[in-house]
Structures are given as structure tokens and as C-alpha cells.
Design a binder for this molecule. Structure first.
Ligand SMILES: [Zn+2]
Ligand SMILES: [Zn+2]
Length: 142
């Protein structure tokens, strides 16, 4: 018959196995989540769209609701040149350029900008068409 010590040691081994298995499961989950996020990753903003971003001069009266840059949280300086997106949000030129070289959305409201990725644009168009079709169906019955 096994002594208390042996049994205890065996228990401990079992626990370690369980912990290891849980750990492996956790790692696999992380990996999957990473893959998923990579898959859904949006391409950076197109160079043309970047070039077309409107430049505005900061004006504390006109821009009183957005006194600071949403990217770096620094206050805008009077007369400073800023980038203004179609969604009317304003940013430091440098901050927005850096952000848009990695994303295609407004950092504040996720408004989408044009990308250089034809596949992505096609998919976006597809989704738009789909929702339009849906709207048509609804309006037919309303
Ligand atoms: Zn900034
Ligand atoms: Zn925005």
C-alpha cells in the first residue's frame, strides 16, 4: 500500500498535468484570437485618401468642442495646421498621418477611409450593396 507521501506526490503530478493542459488550452485560444484579429485587420488608408485630407487652421471658436488632439491628448495651438477628416474630427497632422498609416478609420468615430487594398474595397462595397438590398426589401413592404 502506498504511503501518504507517495499518494500526495501522485496527486501533485495530476494537478500539474491539469495546469499544463489548461495552459495549453489557454495558449491555443490566444493564438486563435490573434489569428482572428489578424484576419479581420483593416488595411491602412490609401495614399490618395491621405493626400486629400482637408487641412484646417485651428480656431478656438470654430473648434471649441475639440480643443485637444484625440490621438496624443495634447491641446491644439492657435493657428496650428490640422487635418480634418470627412467626419469633421480634427487631429495634429503628424498624429493622424501616423495613425492612418496603420488604420483606415477615424481614431474617434471609426469613420472608414479609402484603402489601397482592392480586395478590401470590394468587400466593403459588397456589404454596402447587401445592406442596400435589404433596405429595398423593407421599403417594398412598408
Ligand atoms: Zn496629436
Ligand atoms: Zn471621426
Amino acid at each position: 500500500m502506498a504511503s501518504y507521501h507517495d499518494e500526495h506526490a501522485a496527486d501533485k503530478e495530476d494537478n500539474e498535468e491539469t495546469v499544463l493542459a489548461l495552459h495549453r488550452e489557454y495558449l491555443a485560444e490566444l493564438q486563435e484570437e490573434f489569428n482572428r484579429s489578424m484576419h479581420g485587420l483593416k488595411p491602412p488608408t490609401s495614399r490618395t485618401a491621405l493626400r486629400d485630407i482637408e487641412v484646417v487652421i485651428y480656431n478656438s471658436v470654430e473648434h471649441k468642442d475639440c480643443a485637444e488632439c484625440p490621438v496624443c491628448q495634447d491641446d491644439f495651438n492657435a493657428e496650428e495646421q490640422l487635418f480634418k477628416l470627412e467626419c469633421k474630427h480634427i487631429f495634429h497632422k503628424k498624429c493622424l498621418s501616423e495613425w492612418l498609416s496603420r488604420h483606415n478609420t477615424c481614431p474617434l468615430c471609426r469613420h472608414e477611409l479609402l484603402t489601397d487594398d482592392p480586395e478590401y474595397e470590394e468587400k466593403k462595397l459588397d456589404e454596402k450593396n447587401k445592406s442596400r438590398k435589404k433596405e429595398n426589401v423593407y421599403s417594398m413592404y412598408s
